[in-house]
Ligand binder design. Structure first.
Ligand code: PRX
Length: 647
């Protein structure tokens, strides 16, 4: 089943890449990366143009990635100042609040410039200098974009913590990058409820250095406590000058750190740098979404995730687009909210996650049909494989069969899209991320031997042969971990952590993570992180966490919990543990199912056999494979008998 996008009437009359252009451009991008990126790097403004383009090494012991390394630029100048002359009065950001009864804001590039400069001056007055780290823990309000761009303007490195994360998770990130300042708000309204961000921050800061300052934005005006380290953002911005010179940054100076879950307990600080990241974010935004001057672009992600960094803020604003920032959720006040916002703001490109599509599909097509979606041209999907049923509903009901769907595969680490169809150039296949973006060289490796699998109709693990400009540069403060995580299993390649299939036509299909990372509603969660939260509870002796198929979330979190001697399982204890994980990490980490396990299946050397736990969680225990190496095979019978997921 394919959708012929060349006949999909909604694609613009002039897609940036036509069907004949793709193979030629792709070939040029991989055979002569210096020539290709040397040319495309010029799409952004440089203070001092680069003379060197690519200088990268995936060699074990010397993982070193540099792009445009002798060029200088400023990201804030690229996303704001350079548009003032040509489109100062054009809307840069449309802010759509949580409550549809409240008015939307239309922020022009000129307004954006003034607000970013004011915020930058406030940061400077608080002693923030080039290279300092600033944590942003904000709702989806314009101040989040101002804060990002203000940091970029003065050369500070921002690290956004999703507003759904707990005080503990926030504190770990403040300490992890030794931040000087946290920017937060009083409350974060979302879906009609309010998260007390300021009070969460106060709790987090109890475990941080006294010198960390806190800049507080007023969102709801709700009551908060005030301490000596707090500063009133609104009052300071009102006094601040609306002009602030930009800091000259080297292309390889860090732009931001974003913490993400891995297969070990500790989230890692993914570092993205200034030049290559911006070139890649802006180019993928323009080409993959068929973006043209005047389009209204909406990515429904939160700026707390990489999708929000690259496709709400940096990519669209570098391209002079109008980008929507949405504070709410898809189902508040009802399941028509996304479509109401699309109609209200005449959205041309709409980019969301399969989990939202599945939830809205479940609510019924009538919610879509109430609204005029005739301005939509391109639909996008990101975060997890999209199942054909959801793809077809998205295509038929939302896109009316005329909007190409770009299923974009990428990661926090990659900075921008890696595998994706291109509107106007690809025949679409529901569920396939299809083909590499320019400069990306996917390879399929045999998981155990690491040998390259050539040809089509094959399956293995997905690695990337060479660097691309948007690639992360290091793990904050731990370059060794960077090498160990991404370059040591398969030497000479970047290892994505995903499995994939290359079909008979040479198109790529992502089959899901092959490490101990699960994908819950398009968000990454390391099973080890949830396990360490569980075992930190006084009544828990041991825990093992795996993913299982979940109708809406893609994967759900299934926890096997062994209690301390003398503790009795109960529904109350189950609720207590759910609440515990919510407070330790955040609501996204709450286990969907908790099974009381008198014992866990272990090898004689004490290693937990996760393969078996996964099978039981999937309710597919007919073929458990070899269990003869288990120390106590009877444990498995008990787990099967008391399994929680019965389809
Ligand atoms: O497993 C892949 C899945 O999401 C992981 C990356 O998660 P994160 O760093 O949080 O970034 C999500 C948004 C870019 C990947 O390793 N993933 C992401 N997009 C897709 C996907 N799986 C299948 N198809 C996709 N389009």
């Amino acid at each position: 089943m394919t959708q012929d996008v060349q006949t999909a009437s909604a694609v613009s009359p002039k897609p940036h890449v036509g069907p004949d252009d793709y193979p030629k451009m792709y070939e040029a991008s991989v055979s002569d990366p210096d020539g290709f990126w040397g040319e495309h790097g010029k799409r952004i403004d440089w203070i001092k143009p680069y003379t060197k383009v690519k200088n990268t090494s995936f060699t074990p012991g010397n993982i070193d990635i540099r792009w445009f390394e002798d060029g200088t630029l400023n990201v804030s100048a690229n996303c704001v100042d350079r548009h003032l002359e040509t489109r100062g009065d054009q809307t840069a950001i449309i802010w759509e609040p949580d409550n549809p009864a409240d008015p939307a804001l239309h922020i022009t590039y000129r307004d954006l410039h003034a607000s970013v400069c004011k915020m930058a001056n406030v940061l400077k007055d608080l002693g923030i200098e080039k290279g300092d780290r600033v944590i942003i823990y904000l709702p989806m309000i314009p101040e989040a974009a101002y804060a990002m761009l203000a940091c970029a303007r003065i050369g500070a490195i921002h690290s956004i913590v999703f507003a759904g994360f707990s005080p503990d998770a926030l504190g770990a990130r403040i300490n992890g990058c030794d931040a000087k300042l946290v920017i937060t708000a009083d409350y974060a309204p979302r879906g009609g409820r309010e998260t007390p961000l300021k009070s969460n921050t106060d709790t987090a800061l109890l475990h941080c250095k006294d010198s960390v300052n806190c800049l507080v934005v007023k969102r709801t005006g709700g009551q908060t406590t005030w301490t000596d380290r707090d500063h009133d953002c609104n009052a300071l911005m009102a006094e601040a000058a609306p002009e602030c010179p930009v800091q000259v940054m080297n292309a390889e100076d860090p732009l931001f750190i974003l913490y993400t879950s891995g297969s070990t307990g500790q989230p890692k600080g993914v570092v993205h740098c200034t030049g290559g990241y911006l070139v890649y974010a802006s180019m993928t935004h323009e080409i993959v979404f068929d973006y043209h001057e005047g389009d209204i672009f909406w990515c429904t992600a939160d700026v707390g995730w990489v999708t929000g960094h690259s496709y709400i803020v940096y990519g669209p604003l570098a391209n002079g687009a109008t980008t929507i920032m949405f504070e709410g959720v898809p189902t508040f006040p009802d399941a028509g909210r996304f479509w109401e916002v699309c109609a209200k703001h005449k959205v041309n490109q709409f980019y969301t996650a399969p989990t939202a599509i599945r939830a809205l599909m479940g609510a019924g097509s009538e919610w879509v049909e109430k609204h005029d979606l005739s301005d939509l041209r391109i639909l996008g999907s990101v975060g997890e494989p999209i199942n054909p049923e959801a793809w077809n509903w998205y295509n038929d009901v939302v896109g009316k069969g005329k909007c190409p769907i770009v299923d974009t595969f990428w990661q926090t680490e990659t900075g921008g899209h890696m595998l994706t169809p291109l509107p106007g150039a690809s025949k679409l296949k529901p569920g396939a991320a299809q083909q590499p973006f320019f400069g990306v060289q996917p390879v399929v490796l045999e998981p155990t031997s690491g040998d390259i699998i050539e040809g089509n109709g094959v399956e293995g693990v997905l690695c990337i042969r060479d660097s691309w400009p948007g690639q992360m540069r290091t793990v904050w403060g731990d370059h060794e971990r960077f090498e160990k995580t991404y370059f040591s299993d398969y030497k000479g390649y970047y290892f994505s952590g995903d499995g994939c299939r290359r079909d008979e036509d040479g198109d790529y299909w992502i089959t899901g993570r092959v490490d101990d990372v699960i994908n819950v509603s398009g968000h990454r969660m390391g099973t080890a992180e949830v396990e360490s939260a569980l075992v930190a509870h006084a009544k828990v002796a041991e825990a093992a966490v795996v993913g299982y198929p979940h109708e809406v979330k893609g994967q759900g979190i299934y926890a096997y919990v062994t209690l301390m001697q003398g503790e009795e399982p109960s529904d109350d204890l189950r609720k207590e543990l759910e609440k515990w994980v919510r407070t330790e990490i955040g609501p996204i980490a709450k286990p969907d199912l908790i099974q009381w396990a008198p014992g866990l299946p272990k090898t004689r050397s004490g290693k937990i056999m996760r393969r078996i736990l996964r099978k039981i969680a999937e309710d597919d225990f007919g073929a458990l494979g070899d269990t003869s190496t288990l120390a106590d095979p009877s444990v498995v019978d008990d787990l099967i008998a008391n399994r929680m997921n019965r389809s």
